[in-house]
Design a binder for this molecule. Structure first.
Ligand SMILES: Cc1ncc(COP(=O)(O)O)c(C=O)c1O
Length: 444
């Protein structure tokens, strides 16, 4: 049996999807970028269906949101149970799901000190809360961010987002954010010098010897905001010693380390938090996306000793809403009962299989990631590593019409971020469609 047996080209978008898209286009803001005509009707596990009945395998999971897959029975049951009791109560009062979730996140925190948890609705809001707390606690105004980063779209978070100029163009930025290169072992902006352990050391030297000497005193810096694995920037895994160096630098200067785990957290990389792969303890963790399997919820998890802001200094109407908390508690239970382990195992399987596929396709320059956060970097030629941007977009489009949802990231990366409950059979099916799409895209 050839790997492409059973892979059929679908006629998408079908008539119902076309009609829905036409209505959408006349009333929904055009600010959304929508390159795929997928109009969803329902989903179960890693499978989704469109309004014309076409069936897809979902390797996007709402961009790392549907951690437990679509409509996991335990998440749906928790939501039903909570919905019958109450849907909202103001944050002026208390409810148990909120406390239970804060207790749970305390157990899962990636630092030894106890945590204080601030609940929000999204990744952006978790980042905003972290920025405000960092300024409030340190009394300093400035921050360090990274080129290629994505932290959200509200003015504070957007000022750190440096992934595509269209995301920033035409919008005023918050002052006080200095960007430095993200240490990218595949395409380093700052290459390692003789004697450096890796490109991470070159980035740290640039921060200390250039930025901190010529531009900004470290005593003015409240925090460094960093994605442990850069997501929208191209699923970039930093070199081994980077986070230890960054932590040491922050400690030397009294700077807080904020880990944005919105995309990489909640078990996606095979550990609760991606930063744990490097044994480094941040001061604040931002979480959202996968935390509640699709309900809008986020959390800013801070070390107790820095959570010094007084009552009334920050707030949020919907953050900590009972439905989101119930979904999050069920999500964490599903992850603890096997999905986290599964993410590790299927991640190794997918990465090994992709390395084999790379042996058959010169366009694959790099396969990287951890757990089920996997990037396949496509190149024009392996030696130059010039990004094959159009090819990555073609692969995602061709995968779509053959029944696999994939998204590009960075310049030329195809990312795989399936639900953490992905089965081996689904992983194999996804790989077969991916390779088929790549073969077709290369032939064009
Ligand atoms: C690392 C990271 N931080 C923050 C955000 C913003 O999250 P949200 O869209 O939920 O506001 C994202 C979204 O993609 C993200 O990937």
């Amino acid at each position: 049996m050839s790997p492409s047996d059973g892979i059929t080209r679908m006629n998408v978008p079908g008539p119902r999807a076309q009609a829905l898209i036409a209505r959408d286009e006349s009333v929904v803001s055009q600010a959304y970028g929508r390159p795929y005509p997928f109009a969803m009707s329902r989903g179960q596990g890693a499978r989704v269906f469109d309004v014309d009945g076409n069936r897809f395998l979902d390797f996007v999971a709402g961009i790392a949101v549907n951690a437990t897959g679509h409509c996991h029975p335990r998440v749906v049951a928790a939501l039903r149970e909570q919905a019958e009791k109450f849907l909202h109560v103001s944050s002026d009062y208390y409810h148990e799901q909120w406390v239970l979730l804060a207790e749970k996140l305390n157990q899962l925190r990636p630092f030894s000190e106890p945590a204080r948890v601030f609940m929000v609705n999204s990744g952006t809001e978790a980042v905003e809360a972290a920025l405000k707390l960092a300024r409030h606690h340190t009394g300093r105004d400035n921050f360090i961010g990274f080129l290629g980063a994505f932290h959200g779209r509200s003015t504070g978070a957007l000022s750190f987002t440096a992934s595509k100029t269209t995301q920033r163009e035409g919008f005023g930025m918050m002052p006080g954010v200095t960007h430095i290169p993200y240490p990218d072992p595949f395409r380093p902006l700052l290459a390692a010098q003789p004697g450096d352990a890796d490109c991470g050391e070159a980035v740290m030297r640039y921060l200390e010897e250039v930025i901190f000497r010529r531009l900004l005193s470290p005593q003015q810096v409240a925090a460094v905001l960093v994605e442990p694995i850069q997501g929208e920037g191209g699923y970039i895994v930093p070199p081994e010693s980077f986070f230890a160096r960054l932590r040491a630098l922050c400690d030397r200067h009294g700077i807080l380390l904020i880990a944005d785990e919105v995309q990489s957290g909640m078990g996606r990389t095979g550990k609760w938090w991606a930063i744990e792969h490097w044994g480094v303890e941040p001061d604040i963790v931002c979480s959202a996306k996968g935390i509640a399997s699709g309900l809008p919820l986020g959390a800013m998890i801070a070390r107790e000793h820095i959570s010094t802001w007084p009552a009334g200094s920050h707030g949020n109407t919907f953050g900590g809403n009972p439905l989101g908390c119930a979904a999050a508690l069920a999500t964490i239970a599903v992850l603890q009962d096997g999905a986290l382990q599964n993410a590790r195992e299927q991640g190794v399987f997918l990465q090994d299989a992709l390395a084999e596929i790379a042996g058959r396709h010169a366009a694959i320059g790099d396969v990287r990631g951890k757990g089920l956060m996997i990037g396949i970097d496509l190149v024009r030629e392996r030696d130059s590593r010039v990004p094959a941007k159009a090819l990555a977009e073609r692969v995602a489009q061709l995968a779509f019409i053959h029944g696999l949802l994939l998204l590009p990231a960075g310049e030329s990366v195809v990312r795989m971020a399936p639900p953490l409950v992905l089965t081996r059979a689904e992983a194999e099916e996804g790989l077969a469609i991916f390779e088929h799409a790549l073969t077709l895209a290369e032939a064009r």
